[in-house]
Design a protein around this ligand. Structure first.
Ligand code: HEC
Length: 183
């Protein structure tokens, strides 16, 4: 019994070795087929920017860390929810603040991902953005409520234009579909 266990163990080890060798061989084939990729050299450090080998590396790390349009969209989404709440409660100063920040985030977004600039400007920054800003400044509830919905539709239209229509299934667009009753 003991002997049997021992051989079983050896067998398993051998099996593992074969699998490992197989994997090594496979990875060798893959790396031979693929062009040499630049490896991330990584010395773990809290000072991940100042300890980077060169300034160029620091910039690359920063670009990677800051992310692109999606990161700014997350911020825009959060602010849009606050905006929705503020408009529902007629807190127009707060609403105007959030709207301005949404505009800033949109511009920062296409600063990092220029492929979105055309639609961000054409559909949003030169249309819904100044229009809703003006409505908020007017203090006219009817106008503001109507423009909020127009702005929301503009967000969703751009998601369709940019071929990310599935984003419109994000819970935020359900939550903001109606202005909630005033509290
Ligand atoms: C340039 C067109 C454009 C406009 C205008 C736009 N979006 Fe987006 N949005 C995108 C794209 C593209 C993505 C997917 C980003 C990615 O690839 O990571 C996105 C993603 C999102 C996401 C998902 C973020 C995540 O990671 O969960 C939310 C939420 C969102 N947008 C909300 C909004 C809201 C609210 C508005 C209007 C105030 C808006 N968007 C206006 C293009 C746009």
């Amino acid at each position: 019994m003991k002997l049997e266990e021992k051989t079983m163990k050896t067998c398993r080890c051998n099996h593992r070795l074969v699998v490992m060798l197989g994997l090594l061989a496979a990875s060798a084939i893959v790396s031979a087929a693929e062009p040499e990729r630049q490896k991330l050299t990584w010395e773990p450090s809290r000072n991940w920017l100042s300890d980077a080998p060169t300034a160029q590396d620091s910039f690359q790390r920063l670009e990677r860390y800051l992310g692109g349009f999606g990161q700014r969209m997350r911020e825009i989404g959060d602010r849009f929810e606050v905006l929705h709440d503020a408009v529902s409660r007629k807190k127009y100063e707060l609403a105007a603040f959030e709207w301005k920040e949404i505009g800033t985030a949109m511009v920062s977004g296409y600063l990092t991902r220029p492929q979105f600039q055309a639609n961000a400007e054409g559909m949003f920054m030169t249309g819904a953005f100044p229009e809703f800003k003006a409505a908020l400044a007017s203090g006219d509830k009817k106008k503001i409520d109507a423009m909020f919905e127009t702005a929301r539709q503009t967000c969703m239209a751009c998601h369709i234009a940019e071929k990310v229509a599935f984003i419109n299934d994000h819970p935020i667009f359900l939550k903001t579909a109606k202005l909630s009753l005033q509290r």
